[in-house]
Write a protein that binds this ligand. Structure first.
Ligand code: F6R
Length: 607
């Protein structure tokens, strides 16, 4: 995720900015840049690690006690020097760093271009510098305030102007920003990790606040220019605790990030009044997409399980015959693809070798290729003809969690997008959008039940084998639950279609072989209930993931974790959360290296 550092004060800004950028490295990034004010502006950017930026500025006399710096994790436009921050206006006077997404940037950019502004990057962020330029009448603070009135989306910003030395402005809405109050100056950053080497006294900006700095002094205002009193806090955490935001592992942090990830994946992509999804990355290919009569999905591991959920959605709601294949199998099997087939790759890293190879092969056969990818500018993102980004920031834990729920969210958007071009009614589209918007608070509710899930983990963590069972939309969740448990806890676990157990797996069941049963109140509830009884009749223990208010299930099973009611197609986004937490706690109780399980790599770049 992008990172911001700014400094204004008595010291040289460069070492503070570079140190701050290094502290933000753990968040993931693909390029970095710096701009320092000392009468003239010195600006340097580079693709890759901070070391590259350091190499670039080595030997250059870079001085000045006001500067801004940024690590970028690409969202709009590939990782490149042009797209790296800081960005500036046409005259190179106004310099900005931005985190977040400007949803209406396209419209603003077009208007500014008509007015004669020339853009140097493909980013959404650059419009901020040009808007400030448009509004600037000798007062930077006022120009920033007017700009904030125009932009829609989430942002944290830091800005300075060549003609206003010793002044800097920062603003926040929906993306974090914190001020560090050192003896000799102020550090402003997107994350306290970038600050604590200089000071532990901080002020957190809230949404709708602007900080105005003049040398070592500052004031905090709301967007109406009214000054606000703010409390200074003392940071007691260690650097490592801060990187994990106080969570004991990245996996837990990423599980808890999911409500925000859903918001970020949906941001600016829904048109509620038309019951439609707006997917910028597919806009140029609407004609191709409207002609598609079958979809082949390729991916691996967790991404493959998300694509299996996509199969059900796309067939039920968009009337598109869909087949999800593991990428390493897809390649070695005869593919009956035609000119109306699209091949869709799903990948968090965008670098998985088998998925990439499947896309390259489809491209060679002139089949239209699409991607649902988290890492902008990655190999799969570049190889596919069109696509949708997840926008959930880097996933650091090896075990994928937030990527899964985001992939299912984007598949729902794709289903809406394609479905509304075909037979999906306005009412159905509206209903899906309404339920999608409820998901973040529903996930929060499940996460609040963490202690109960921890209690269940304590009860079962010594067990050697587990079954995970589900039907229809929740069969892939059973597979994902089993994968999560085995990869982080090293406990044997298998996922089954619940209807299949009587065809063999039931032989495994006894009092030492418990089953997780994903049994929401959906169209297959009664069928699932019979399967639960089959297990109970053989002395098997059952932990159910059930819909809130289902009191019947409590009487039958051993433990229940409740999830809120949603549309059947969206249940996987909720039902997977307790399974992620269960796997996490079982792994911890067994003393496993949760974020880096043995024998596994985050990005599998070998076939
Ligand atoms: C499981 C896991 C892996 C990945 C798989 C695909 O927790 O992380 O199964 O899902 O290696 O990776 P991406 O999505 O990067 O292509």
């Amino acid at each position: 995720m992008c990172g911001i550092v700014g400094y204004i004060g008595k010291k040289e800004s460069l070492p503070i900015l570079i140190d701050g950028l290094k502290r933000l490295e753990y968040r993931g990034y693909d390029s970095a840049g710096i701009a320092i004010q000392n009468g003239a502006i010195q600006n340097y950017k580079s693709v890759g690690k901070i070391d590259q930026l350091e190499k670039k500025i080595k030997g250059i006399d870079l001085f000045g006690n006001l500067g801004i710096a940024h690590t970028r994790w690409a969202t709009h436009g590939a990782p490149s020097e042009e797209n790296a921050h800081p960005h500036c206006d046409c005259e190179g006077k106004i310099w900005i760093v931005h985190n977040g997404i400007i949803e209406n940037y396209q419209k603003i950019k077009e208007e500014l271009q008509i007015e004669g502004h020339v853009f140097a990057s493909e980013t959404d962020s650059e419009v901020v510098a040009h808007l400030i330029e448009k509004f600037y009448k000798g007062n930077l603070l006022e120009a920033v305030r007017l700009t904030l009135g125009e932009i829609i989306g989430a942002y944290s910003l830091v800005v300075f102007h060549k003609d206003e030395p010793g002044k800097m402005v920062a603003a926040k809405k929906g993306s974090p920003l914190v001020l560090g109050l050192a003896d000799d100056g102020i550090i402003v950053a997107s994350d306290v990790t970038a600050i604590i080497r200089q000071t532990r006294n901080v002020i957190y900006l809230e949404d709708g606040e602007i900080a105005f700095f003049e040398n070592e002094n500052f004031k905090i205002l709301n967007f109406n220019n009214e000054e606000k009193e703010k409390e200074t806090q003392k940071i007691e955490w260690s650097l490592e605790e801060l990187e994990k935001k106080g969570y004991s592992h990245f996996m837990l942090k990423e599980i808890f990030e999911q409500p925000n990830c859903i918001i970020d994946s949906l941001r600016g992509r829904l048109i509620p009044s038309e019951g439609k999804a707006k997917l910028g990355g597919l806009d140029d290919d609407v004609k191709n997409l409207s002609e598609i009569d079958n979809l082949a999905m390729v991916s691996c591991g967790t991404a493959h399980y998300a694509s299996l959920i996509g199969e059900y959605m796309l067939e039920e709601y968009a009337d598109i015959p869909s087949k999800a294949s593991v990428a390493s199998e897809f390649r070695y099997r005869k593919q009956l693809l035609n000119k109306n087939t699209a091949v869709l790759a799903l990948s968090q890293s965008g670098e998985t070798a088998d998925t990439l190879a499947a896309i390259v092969e489809a491209n060679d056969k002139n089949i239209f290729t699409l991607g649902i990818v988290n890492t902008v500018g990655s190999s799969i993102a570049r190889a596919t003809k069109a696509g949708v980004y997840n926008h959930i920031g880097p996933e650091i834990a090896v075990a994928s969690t937030k990527a899964f729920t985001s992939q299912v969210t984007i598949l729902t958007l794709l289903t809406l997008f394609l479905g509304r071009m075909k037979n999906m009614s306005l009412a159905t589209g509206e209903r899906i959008i309404k339920e999608l918007n409820k998901l973040p608070s529903q996930i929060e509710k499940i996460l609040k039940n963490e202690d109960e899930i921890k209690r269940i983990a304590q009860k079962y963590y010594k067990v050697s084998n587990f079954a995970f069972l589900g039907r229809k939309y929740n069969y892939p969740v059973a597979l994902e639950g089993a994968l999560k448990l085995k990869e982080v806890s090293y406990i044997h676990a298998e996922g089954f279609e619940s209807g299949e157990i009587k065809h063999g797996p039931l032989a495994l069941i006894d009092e030492n072989f418990p089953s997780f049963f994903i049994i929401p109140q959906d169209s297959v509830y009664e069928k699932n209930l019979s399967n639960v009884q089959e297990i109970k009749a053989r002395g098997g223990k059952v932990i159910a993931i059930a819909t809130e208010g289902d009191e019947e299930i409590e009487k039958i099973v051993d433990d229940v974790i409740y999830i809120p009611k949603t549309l059947e197609m969206l249940t996987p986004i909720l039902s997977v959360i307790p399974l992620q937490l269960f796997a996490y706690y079982v792994a911890c109780l067994n003393g496993r290296d949760v974020d880096k399980p043995r024998n596994l790599a985050k990005s599998v770049t070998v076939e």
